[in-house]
Design a protein around this ligand. Sequence first.
Ligand SMILES: NC(=O)c1ccc[n+]([C@@H]2O[C@H](COP(=O)([O-])OP(=O)(O)OC[C@H]3O[C@@H](n4cnc5c(N)ncnc54)[C@H](OP(=O)(O)O)[C@@H]3O)[C@@H](O)[C@H]2O)c1
Length: 263
Amino acid sequence: MTGTSAIALVQGASRGIGLQYCKTLLQRNTVSTVIATCRNPDSSSGLNYLKNNNSSKLHVCKLDVTNEDEISNVYKYVSENFGKLDLLINCAGMLHPSGKGETSLRSVTGQDLMSTIHTNAVGPLLMAKQFSPLLLNGDGLVGVRSTDPSSQHCGIIANMSAKVGSITDNGLGGWYSYRMSKAALNMATKNLSIELGRGRKKVICVSLHPGTVDTDLSRPYHKNVPKLFTTEYSVNCLLEVIDSLSIADSGKFLTYDRTQLPY
Ligand SMILES: NC(=O)c1ccc[n+]([C@@H]2O[C@H](COP(=O)([O-])OP(=O)(O)OC[C@H]3O[C@@H](n4cnc5c(N)ncnc54)[C@H](OP(=O)(O)O)[C@@H]3O)[C@@H](O)[C@H]2O)c1
């Protein structure tokens, strides 16, 4: 089953940047369906509000990104109902189970490190594994394919990363779990771009940095942030970047203003 309007899936959509992606994508005439996934659909007031106002376009599914059975259930739902995917946004993320990054080696624990890496890096890779057949069925309706026929891509994977995941850019240290998890996510993006860029049908894979955005995740640090973006501003910028993507961009780590970051 294919169509002429885009199917998008936002993983980690209950609040913050993920919820804003859903709001903005739902406003687009070129997007026919937004599948919003989150751990506890009933307790997301933001998604429930959207559901009541966009019921035919919005599909809300339960998905904890650390649970492979739930990923597989949502894959079956999307496969049976739509048969393709044009855009997958892996947005769920955590700074650290405590809500604050480690300031020194003393505060590192194996359990916290593993749980951060599981959510921020392992989960998005398993999403890509499960959904890549549907992305390879995509119609290239997101990205520049309509205006740049040389970009023969079918779907796009946008992994929400963070500038602090750049190894080259790390001048301050600290935040072991978050930095390591996002560096691992960036490696997943690069690997995916190679494997999913080999065949005749291709999927564009990028890591994106949203800026510092006014959400629960960044809340403990708002006092020290000179330029705190609203979710609306950040997501508008990020979708402009996503709209501009071609195969030549696959594997890149890009900021909200399309600057390329070093890995
Ligand atoms: N805000 C920033 O300044 C900033 C900067 C750089 C990068 N980012 C990245 O942008 C992404 C979104 O962050 P945000 O600022 O919007 O954070 P947020 O407001 O704290 O939202 C985090 C989201 O992740 C979800 N989540 C956490 N663990 C999950 C799991 N196991 N399964 C499914 N969903 C899970 C949360 O769901 P629940 O409601 O169920 O907890 C929530 O929807 C993250 O990947 C983050 O690292 C943010």
